[in-house]
Design a protein around this ligand. Structure first.
Ligand SMILES: [Zn+2]
Length: 232
């Protein structure tokens, strides 16, 4: 193989290494993080907190209701005991009883609303919990597949790196330096073919003398316009 075909092959190998390294980077990122799962777990924590608050409020109202019930019962047993003879005292008790009944009625409305709010918060917790479980099992399957793929990608990179080393050794140092410089500024496009008498990369016409020299492939010929290695 001559220098040009080795360079062409090196460019292919370098590109494959870049592609595989890019994928490896993605894989490492995927293995380390799962933003969608993190976000839904945060949703669940928020919803759980909301549910706890609603449930706390409900319990408080329930305990208020049973205190009122107790108080009402107590008032009723006094009122209906037949022992109340003082009309003024009786009136006071009746007013007190009416007030407590009113409070109890208002509390019933609140209780109903609070029960509904608690129930819908609980349902939302259940819905998100189910979603988290589904996502966690999908994640476990994904981790298996990604871990397997990581092994394959690493293996490919090892093989390609070996090929890269032997290709670089087959190319003389000054040519390698030109290639490396071009590769740095235009990764994957250090070489350009000549098509219809023009450089394939920049489109500028290449003098015939240079085309002939490039076709002989005995030396490195650069495009006079963009400086890429003309690959004949
Ligand atoms: Zn060019």
């Amino acid at each position: 193989m001559n220098q040009i075909s080795n360079l062409r092959q090196l460019q292919i190998v370098d590109q494959q290494i870049a592609t595989n390294s890019g994928r490896l980077k993605e894989i490492v990122e995927l293995l380390a993080n799962d933003p969608a799962l993190d976000s839904i777990r945060a949703d669940l924590a928020r919803q759980q907190k909301l549910f706890d608050e609603h449930r706390g409020a409900l319990r408080e109202q329930e305990s208020k209701a049973s205190s009122l019930d107790y108080k009402i019962k107590e008032l009723e047993s006094r009122l209906y005991s037949g022992q109340m003879t003082n009309p003024k005292e009786l009136d006071g008790f009746l007013q007190d009883h009416a007030m407590h009944k009113r409070m109890r009625g208002d509390l019933d409305d609140q209780l109903l609303k609070q029960m509904e709010a608690t129930d819908s918060a609980r349902k939302e917790v259940e819905r998100i919990t189910q979603r988290v479980e589904e996502m966690e099992s999908a994640r476990a399957r994904q981790l298996d597949a990604i871990t397997k793929e990581r092994g394959e990608v690493e293996e490919r990179i090892r093989g390609l790196t070996q090929e890269q080393i032997s290709l670089r050794e087959s190319i003389i140092a000054p040519t390698r330096a030109i290639y490396d410089r071009l590769q740095k500024s235009n990764p994957g496009h250090a070489l350009a073919a000549i098509r219809a008498g023009a450089c394939d990369a920049c489109g500028v016409e290449v003098p015939r003398g240079l085309i002939a020299r490039a076709k002989q492939a005995e030396e490195i010929v650069l495009c006079p316009s963009c400086g890429r290695i003309l690959s004949g």
